[in-house]
Write a protein that binds this ligand. Structure first.
Ligand code: ZN
Length: 268
C-alpha cells in the first residue's frame, strides 16, 4: 500500500503507525532488517513525545537505521519523515502531481496534527529518486521552532552526521553561505533527505534526484483551495515553495552529479 492511501483511512495517525509496525509487509516497509527493526522504537518515541507534548526528546536522540546506515533522529518531524521515507511502495508512474507533492502535503498535515499546531516546522522537503529499480522518497523538516539552545544541540548532531557522510567540511559548522543573519548548515529540511540519499550513493543516479521544499504555513493556509494540487502559477510557486538555500546548494552538489535545476520550484 502506498502511504498516501492511508490518508483515506479513518484512523488516528499514531494508531496508523502502530498498524504499520505490526503489518510491515502489508504497508511495504522497505525490506531491510535494520530498517524494520528500527520501526517499533520510532513509533515508541513518537508516543513518548506525544505524552510530553514536545517535538524534542528530554534525553538523547534516537539511533535509527535507514537501509542499514544509522542516523540520530531528534525531532518529531525527523521521526515522522523517516516513516514516510521507509513506508509504502512509490508507484511506478509517480509524478509530482499525482504523488510527490500530495505526499509532502500529507506530511505537513500530519506534522501539524501531531504537534498540536503550534510548533510545526517552517519548511519541509521531499526528495525523490530511483534506487536501482525501486522508486523512493525521503522527507524531512527543518529545525525552526525549538528554543535556540536546544535547536543548536540538534543542529550540531545533524552537522556531525553531514561531516561523517562527507557532505560538510569540519570548518563549516559556524560558516554559512546564506549571508549575514542566514541559517547555518544542518538547519534545513533537506538535511535528512540528503543524508539518506548519500548513504545509498552507489545505488542512486544522482543526476536524476529531484526535490522540492514547501512552506507548511503557506501550503496549509485557508486561502489555498486545493492543497494537494501542485501550484500552477509562478506567483503561487514563489509563495508556497522554496528553492534550496545557498547552504543546501553547496551540500547538494557534494552528493555527486546533482542537477540543481531538479530542485527548482519552477521545475516541479
Ligand atoms: Zn537550506
Amino acid at each position: 500500500m502506498a502511504i498516501h492511501e492511508a490518508f483515506h483511512m479513518d484512523m488516528h495517525i499514531v494508531a496508523l503507525f502502530d498498524d504499520i509496525n505490526t503489518r510491515r509487509d502489508y504497508y511495504e516497509v522497505i525490506n531491510n532488517d535494520p530498517t524494520r527493526e528500527s520501526f517499533p522504537k520510532v513509533v515508541e518515541r513518537i508516543k513518548t513525545l506525544q505524552v510530553l507534548s514536545s517535538i524534542f526528546p528530554e534525553g538523547a536522540a534516537l539511533t535509527v537505521s535507514y537501509q542499514g546506515t544509522n542516523f540520530e533522529l531528534e525531532t518529531l518531524f525527523d521521526l515522522v519523515g523517516w516513516i514516510f521515507s521507509v513506508t509504502g511502495k512509490t508507484p511506478d508512474d509517480a509524478t509530482p502531481a499525482n504523488y510527490y507533492y500530495p505526499l509532502v502535503i500529507l506530511y505537513t498535515q500530519w506534522c501539524r496534527t501531531l504537534c498540536n499546531e503550534n510548533k510545526e516546522p517552517q519548511m519541509v522537503q521531499i526528495t525523490w529518486f530511483s534506487q536501482e529499480s525501486a522508486k523512493r522518497v525521503c522527507i524531512g523538516g527543518n529545525l525552526d521552532r525549538p528554543k535556540a539552545t536546544r535547536k543548536e544541540v540538534a543542529r550540531k548532531r545533524r552537522f556531525i552526521m553531514l561531516h561523517a557522510g562527507g557532505l560538510a567540511e569540519a570548518d563549516e559548522f559556524e560558516k554559512r553561505y546564506t549571508g549575514d543573519g542566514g541559517t547555518f548548515i544542518g538547519h534545513c529540511a533537506e538535511t535528512f533527505p540528503m543524508l539518506f540519499v548519500k548513504s545509498l550513493e552507489k545505488k542512486v543516479t544522482m543526476a536524476d534526484v529531484k526535490g522540492v521544499s514547501v512552506k507548511p504555513f503557506k501550503v496549509l493556509g485557508d486561502d489555498v483551495t486545493d492543497k494537494f494540487a501542485v501550484p500552477n502559477t509562478d506567483e503561487l510557486r514563489r509563495s508556497l515553495l522554496a528553492d534550496p538555500c545557498e547552504n543546501c546548494q553547496v551540500i547538494l552538489q557534494r552528493l555527486g552529479h546533482i542537477n540543481l535545476d531538479n530542485f527548482s520550484i519552477h521545475n516541479l
